[in-house]
Design a binder for this molecule. Structure first.
Ligand code: AMP
Ligand code: MG
Length: 508
């Protein structure tokens, strides 16, 4: 089957596209369309046959019921019975919007649509394209997410085509979705109503309207042996091709743990994927890092989650490590989807973070233009068993300057570079419990010790390396002097690396 793709803008809907979609749906066909949550795969909800086609196209287990979408509130009474009194208030607040409510079904709804259940899930989406499609189709459109079962849900028409091209009649491309995660599911057949799937509408928001609601305890507890109440929640879902592992702990530990894993994987030549945020991105140097959004606004994370998971399918990674997110507001829904995508694989950051005597190494010279940056670059090129942030500082740096050109020429001839270097002033921020400070000369070490009261872990390079070979100062001399300096630094730095590796072994 050839899948027709039609574009339309939700602010200026093309009525011809809607008419075409309506006709296909009325004839029992399948049309994917945007909603504010994710793209849905629409079918006529009152036709047994159409439900069957939906399950086939998605490869979805047929005991996993579909959500029926309506465009007008009055239509609810045609497909649901014994609708509880609170429904009006909930609908007034949250419909149209990302809320699905479960009721007893009426006789006109076929069991194919409800996966054999006597209850029906109903939602009234707010996306205007969705509303128009539903009306054009006759008012009742079942629409699960328009992906292959088990894959991340689609948030663009392109995602739909990746999974379903050739398997469905039509896709309406209405651009990117707004929320990016599926609706909150609230079971109205129990008292108080129970959240079966977390989403953009949270328990606090329900509470303000109808008082406390309960929450299906299986939603996040991966330890739970019980079956979730929404049949679809029992399957592994939203999964990228690579193994996804959630790293849990406080954010600092999560970053350190992921850095260690990424560094070890890098040394084995097998990069890992990393899911990071605006705030944590700069901390990752190894691995394939993708930014999922900002922790300041978790809605951005919700919106990007499935796209990022899909993008990792294009990368040569076997494992993806994700930071975790606060369980507040939409954070609960984000963690719920991540946990499902990970098949509940998670690790404790604190258990991974290794004791490490030093996390950062700073070489200090007088102007931070030659010896210091050369030593730092040499150490970065050593085989180190643990990961360190390695850089250099100067005792008198008035303004940032690139590295000395002769130093750069020598490094270049050895296959390294100081291209990215810019000189920086040493300050007391550089004196920390886990920072190793290596001064290029006795004079510089003494200067640090006299200028800063709390000078910890300060050694000369010779001292730490256990080798007293004098480091020549090439400043103002010809290139050969820089070459001689390079050779001495190289031998000393190798000894520093060996010592660090011995320290690392003692601490594993
Ligand atoms: P999707 O359409 O992909 O968003 O998935 C629909 C979700 O709604 C699945 O997790 C279903 O198990 C759930 N669902 C649909 N109908 C019912 C129902 N009658 N009772 C409980 N859960 C339902
Ligand atoms: Mg789905």
């Amino acid at each position: 089957m050839e899948t027709i793709v039609r574009k339309t803008d939700k602010n200026q809907i093309d009525t011809e596209v809607i008419r075409e979609a309506g006709e296909i749906l009325r004839n029992g066909g399948l049309v994917a369309f945007p909603t504010e949550t994710v793209y849905g795969l629409g079918a006529d909800a009152l036709k047994e046959e159409a439900a069957k086609k939906t399950y086939e196209a998605k490869g979805r287990p047929s005991d996993n019921p579909l959500i029926v979408h309506i465009a007008d509130y009055e239509d609810l009474k045609k497909i649901a019975v014994n609708i509880p009194a609170e429904t009006d208030a909930l609908a007034a607040h949250f419909w149209p919007g990302p809320l699905t409510m479960i009721f007893e079904k009426s006789d006109i709804v076929p069991y194919g649509t409800t996966g054999g259940l006597d209850t029906i899930a109903v939602r009234m989406p707010s996306d205007p394209i969705a509303a128009e499609v539903i009306r054009a189709a006759g008012g009742f459109v079942s629409a699960p997410s328009a992906n292959t079962s088990g894959r991340p849900s689609p948030t663009t028409a392109q995602h739909v085509l990746e999974d379903l091209n050739g398997r469905i009649d039509m896709v309406i491309d209405g651009g990117s979705v707004d929320i990016g995660l599926e609706s909150t599911i609230l079971d109205m057949t129990v008292d108080p109503p129970m959240i079966l799937r977390p989403g953009a509408i949270t328990s606090d928001m329900f509470e303000e309207v109808i008082g406390p609601v309960s929450v299906d305890e299986t939603i996040l507890g991966s330890e739970s042996e019980k079956a979730p109440k929404a049949p679809g929640m029992k399957y592994r879902h939203y999964a990228p091709k690579a193994k996804l592992i959630i790293v849990e702990g406080d954010l600092r530990d999560e970053i350190l743990a992921i850095r260690q894993i990424a560094y070890a994987a890098h040394r084995e030549g097998k990069p890992v994927g990393i899911i990071a945020t605006d705030e944590t991105l700069p901390f990752y140097k190894y691995g394939i890092v993708k930014n999922i959004g900002t922790r300041e606004n978790e809605k951005t994370i919700a919106r990007n989650l499935y796209r990022v998971l899909r993008e990792f399918d294009e990368e040569a990674v076997d494992a993806i490590y994700s930071e975790s997110f606060a369980m507040q507001g939409i954070g609960k829904a984000i963690m719920n989807r991540l946990e499902k995508a990970a098949g509940h694989l998670r690790v404790s950051a604190a258990a991974i973070v290794k004791e490490q005597r030093y996390r950062r190494i700073i070489f200090v010279s007088s102007t931070d233009s030659a010896q210091g940056p050369m030593a730092a670059e040499l150490l970065r090129n050593e085989e180190l068993e643990q990961e360190y942030v390695i850089d250099s500082r100067g005792m008198v740096v008035l303004f940032p300057e690139p590295a000395n050109q002769k130093a750069e020429a020598i490094m270049k001839s050895a296959g390294m570079t100081l291209e990215d270097h810019s000189s920086r002033q040493f300050d007391d921020e550089n004196l920390q419990n886990d920072v190793l400070v290596l001064a290029i000369s006795d004079a510089i070490k003494n200067k640090i010790l006299t200028e800063y009261k709390k000078a910890e872990n300060v050694y000369t390079l010779n001292e730490f390396a256990g080798d007293s070979t004098e480091i020549p100062d090439p400043y103002g001399k010809p290139l050969t002097a820089y070459g001689e300096c390079y050779e001495v630094l190289k031998a000393l730095v190798r000894k520093v690396a060996e010592k660090l590796n011995v320290l690392a072994e003692g601490e594993e």
